[in-house]
Each structure stands twice: as structure tokens, then as C-alpha cells.
Design a binder for this molecule. Structure first.
Ligand SMILES: [Fe+2]
Length: 390
């Protein structure tokens, strides 16, 4: 059998094995940096990536769990560069690169290190929003990585020095993913008009909201590209961290918080040729109870379709959440200048704007979160050599 995991970082203490202990159920590894990992033998057998068992990360998996031996007694040997397990049930041999094993250690400490919690923020982020230089990013992957990392940690990044020209909108979007086309087309022009079809094109202030919750999935990573700022200094972008709102909401109203993580809130857009409807809770939690998505939009919310006993409590919870989201202490302000763009995660960051009286032109487009984070993993892997990217 062949070692399919590529050997990397084998001279780093974190990837060097000091000692191992093995039972039928568990392999314990002490690493040269002192960290201890426990790997279940069922996990080790499953993650064999020899040519017979296949490469899981590439999606070419041949081993089937139904073929897992009942008894996983094993013999283990290791050298500096490889850990070899012979499975006594059938004599199959699995070889691991120690660096790969360390990168996939699932102790609480290593899992927390790999997946840092988002950095939540409020109005004090005004003037401090993470930013990158577009010109520099075109030839410098480290600058690109700053954009991806900022959206991952803060949900938002300001991009400076984008040409204030319509050709640059899709160019910027192609940098971070593939434009998702909708009934609006590829680009939505936010310009003030005398008879606007949607409220975004009236020069009025807009309340904080996430966009188009009536889609499944809703728009992922948004791009607001400013072609022309309003002459009167109005039309500032007002951004709110939904994760911060959800955290504070949990402290203030724990029962209402639970409700908003559970009940689906419908959103609809029924206009000519369009009949969109989707529903999701305001707050999505991961399996460990961490806040991982936030969707709120008072304008597109449809009639609640819930059991009778939930109607009043859900209205009460929603009302409290809308009120909280309208508090200025959560609102980061940024007036987009000509040739600036905001890139932000629509599953977390709410946007709004102040009113204006000039000729403001912002172009809006969005790309999928999957493709955005695919680029992030690729660039990060190239620059940092990361083996395991969540
Ligand atoms: Fe919007």
C-alpha cells in the first residue's frame, strides 16, 4: 500500500512524533511540541488513503464503512516521516504522514485553533474597517488573502483604489468568485430615479437588513462598488454585525433568542414574472450552539405561517430584534468614495444607508459563499502551506 498523504513540515516539532501508545480503540500520540492527540482506530482505518481506499479530500473515496472490520487490533510502527499501521483483521496496511495527522488532530484545542471564532464588532469599527488595496491585490496574493481573511473574521472588507468605472465591478467580483445571475441580471444599479421600482433606488435612508432572504440560498458575498458618491455627502453605508446583535440578543432575551434560532421566518418577492419565497430562522446555530448565520429583513418578511401558540411570542421576539438592530451603537458608518467597494458576507452583515440628495451611483453584485471560500482555501494553501483548511 502507498502513502498517499504528501509529506510536509516534517521537521517542525508539531509534526514530529515523540511517543505513541496504542490499544484496539485508540492511538495516542505525543508530539515533539508536547501536544497529545487521540485518534480512534475506526477514524484511522477510515482515513486510510492508499490507492485501494482512495483520497477523501479529493472526493475519490473507495473504502466503504460497511467494510470496516469488527476488530481493529493493529500493529503500529513509526519513523520520523511515517506512521504505519497494519490492521490485523485483514493485513491491510495504512501509512500516515505525521504532519497530516497533526493537521487533522481533533482535540478541542486543535479544533479551536483551526476554526477561530469570528471577531464581532459594533459602531466602534467606524474608521477601522479592515481594508485592502485593489491595485496591489491584483499582483499580490498576500493582499488578496487579507480580503478573504477579513471577510472570514469580520464579515467585511473595504477595497480601495478600484477604478470608478462600470467595467471594474465584474472584474472585482471575478476576483472573489463567480457572479450569481438573478432576475435583476448580473449587476444591480443603485441609482436614484424619479419613479423607482425598488426602494433601493429612492434616495431615502434604508434600515439595516440582509438582502433577498426570499432566495435559497440568499446572496452570499456582496460587492458594493461605488462609481459616484452623492455630492451632498449623504448615502453613507451603515453596516451592522449580525453576530454581535445575536450575541447581545441572547444575553438580553434568552427565550426570544431560542425562538429566533428555531422558527422559520418566511420572506417573499412576488412581482411581475417573479414568485420567490424562502424561509429560515433569523439566527442559525452550528451543532455546538455557535452563531453561524444571521438573516433579517423587515421589508420582505411574509405572513408568519406557524402554530397558533407561536404567533404572539414570535412577533414579540422579532420586534425586539428589529429594535435592537436599529440602535446606533451597532452601526458602523462608511461613506463609499468613488472607486471604493465594500465586500461583505450577507449571511452575517446587515447593510443600510443614510438618505441623500445628490446623484449617487453604486453597483451591486454578489458571488456564492462556497466559491468565495474556495478561493480563500486555495490562496491560503499556496501562501501558508496549510494542509487542513476548514
Ligand atoms: Fe439591500
Amino acid at each position: 500500500m502507498q502513502a498517499a498523504h504528501v509529506a510536509r513540515h516534517c521537521t517542525e516539532p508539531a509534526a514530529m512524533i515523540s511517543a505513541i501508545e496504542s490499544t484496539e480503540k485508540l492511538l495516542s500520540i505525543t508530539w515533539a511540541d508536547g501536544h497529545q492527540s487521540q485518534f480512534h482506530t475506526v477514524w484511522l482505518r477510515d482515513n486510510c488513503s492508499c490507492s485501494d481506499c482512495g483520497d477523501h479530500s479529493g472526493g475519490h473515496r473507495f473504502f466503504e464503512l460497511g467494510d470496516m472490520p469488527e476488530t481493529l487490533a493493529n500493529g503500529v510502527t513509526y519513523t520520523k516521516n511515517a506512521l504505519e499501521i497494519t490492521w490485523q483483521a485483514d493485513g491491510h496496511v495504512t501509512t500516515f504522514d505525521p504532519a497530516w495527522l497533526r493537521a487533522h488532530c481533533y482535540s478541542d484545542r486543535e479544533r479551536a485553533r483551526r476554526q477561530p471564532r469570528p471577531v464581532t464588532w459594533d459602531a466602534t469599527l467606524t474608521g477601522q474597517v479592515p481594508q485592502i488595496d485593489y491595485t496591489k491585490a491584483q499582483s499580490d496574493e498576500a493582499e488578496q488573502l487579507k480580503l478573504y481573511d477579513s471577510v472570514k473574521s469580520h464579515g467585511i472588507c473595504l477595497v480601495r483604489n478600484v477604478p470608478a468605472h462600470i467595467d471594474a465591478t465584474e472584474e472585482l467580483a471575478s476576483f472573489i468568485g463567480y457572479v450569481r445571475e438573478t432576475h435583476y441580471g448580473r449587476i444591480f444599479e443603485i441609482v436614484s430615479t424619479a419613479d423607482p421600482a425598488v426602494i433601493a433606488n429612492a434616495p431615502v435612508p434604508l434600515r439595516p437588513h440582509t438582502d433577498e432572504n426570499f432566495r435559497e440560498p440568499p446572496p452570499g458575498i456582496m460587492v458594493f462598488h461605488s462609481i459616484r458618491a452623492s455630492e451632498d455627502g449623504g448615502g453613507a453605508s451603515v453596516m451592522t454585525d449580525g453576530f454581535k446583535l445575536a450575541e447581545d440578543f441572547k444575553t438580553l432575551y434568552p427565550e426570544a433568542f431560542d425562538l429566533l434560532t428555531q422558527v422559520p421566518i418566511p420572506h417573499r418577492r412576488f412581482i411581475e414574472h417573479v414568485g420567490l419565497r424562502a424561509e429560515a430562522p433569523v439566527i442559525k446555530l452550528d451543532y455546538q450552539g455557535n452563531i453561524c448565520e444571521f438573516r433579517l429583513n423587515e421589508r420582505t418578511m411574509g405572513p408568519l405561517d406557524l402554530p397558533e401558540n407561536l404567533i404572539e411570542p414570535v412577533y414579540d421576539a422579532l420586534s425586539k430584534m428589529f429594535s435592537l438592530s436599529y440602535e446606533s451603537k451597532y452601526h458602523m458608518h462608511h461613506l463609499l468614495l468613488d472607486g471604493e467597494a465594500l465586500v461583505f458576507d450577507n449571511a452575517r452583515v446587515l447593510h443600510a444607508r443614510t438618505g441623500f440628495n445628490g446623484h449617487r451611483h453604486v453597483r451591486l453584485t454578489h458571488v456564492g459563499r462556497d466559491e468565495f471560500y474556495s478561493r480563500w482555501r486555495q490562496v491560503r494553501s499556496r501562501l501558508n502551506g496549510d494542509i487542513n483548511l476548514i
